[in-house]
Design a protein around this ligand. Structure first.
Ligand SMILES: [Zn+2]
Ligand SMILES: [Zn+2]
Ligand SMILES: [Zn+2]
Length: 90
């Protein structure tokens, strides 16, 4: 009987099977592994979705107004008062 020497990646959506000797290497490079947001918002996100995360939901993302070049934290954009003051946004 062969023993099961293969390692199956535990990251959702990956499930790649590698020999145990390669498992650590794969764990490091697996692009399905949630990693901490590179903008330090405290969330975890898969590497391949990081850009999308920054764009859509990251609270640390900076939005810059194309009209006046003012920059805002994405959080501030939810602020109705600020939105009113910043006329370009309307
Ligand atoms: Zn993997
Ligand atoms: Zn983030
Ligand atoms: Zn503006």
């Amino acid at each position: 009987m062969m023993e099961a020497l293969d390692f199956r990646c535990s990251n959702e959506d990956c499930g790649k099977v590698t020999p145990y000797s390669d498992a650590l290497d794969h764990e490091k490079e697996c692009d399905k592994k949630p990693i901490p947001c590179t903008q330090d918002c405290g969330r975890y996100c898969k590497q391949e979705l990081m850009e999308l995360h920054h764009f859509k939901e990251c609270e640390e993302s900076i939005f810059s107004c194309e009209e006046c070049n003012a920059t805002f934290n994405i959080r501030e954009l939810d602020d109705q008062e600020l939105a009113k003051e910043h006329n370009c946004l309307i």
